[in-house]
Design a protein. Structure first.
Length: 165
């Protein structure tokens, strides 16, 4: 391509993008395959669109650039308890007693919390709904009031494992 042809080619590409919703094919003489251009940052096979690439896209210090699994730290800690044979038929009560060394008062407090939010701690983990598993492992923002005064909120068993690590 000659230097003086570049502005005209750029203009033609912009016009094609404007007319086609930011996606177009360009035929290259002498080439077998056409070139596909997508100015909308969308995957043509899935239709998924991506935001424009900026320096923040690659920075773990920016929400747009950090990995959602590791929160920008670079490592993911934990394990899938449900894949462990020992945990398969365990109840919430059994799981929590194996994770926490607590006294009877703490045990009653946890039992009371789960009862108040409508989850039976003697239900096997495999029988819990997806929402109940989410609450068990990741916690919930729901607080309950204690008879003795005060409020508590379950932060999830994942935080217990994280603190122990």
């Amino acid at each position: 391509m000659k230097k003086n042809q570049a502005p005209r080619l750029l203009e033609a590409m912009q016009k094609a993008a404007d007319l086609s919703g930011d996606t177009f094919l360009a035929e290259i003489p002498g080439k077998e395959k056409d070139l596909f251009f997508n100015l909308a940052f969308a995957d043509p096979t899935t239709g998924k669109s991506y935001p424009k690439i900026t320096p923040q896209t690659f920075s773990f210090n920016a929400q747009e650039g950090m990995c959602l699994d590791c929160q920008g730290i670079g490592s993911v800690y934990g394990c899938s308890l449900l894949e462990q044979k020992e945990v398969e038929g365990a109840s919430i009560s059994q799981l929590l007693s194996s994770l926490i060394l607590y006294d009877r008062n703490v045990s009653l407090l946890i039992q009371s919390y789960f009862e108040d939010i409508g989850i039976d701690i003697y239900t096997p983990i495999y029988a819990l709904t997806a929402e109940e598993k989410q609450i068990l492992f990741q916690g919930t923002n729901q607080t309950i009031s204690l008879k003795e005064g005060g409020k508590i909120r379950w932060q999830g068993s994942d935080i217990i494992l994280a603190v122990a690590a």
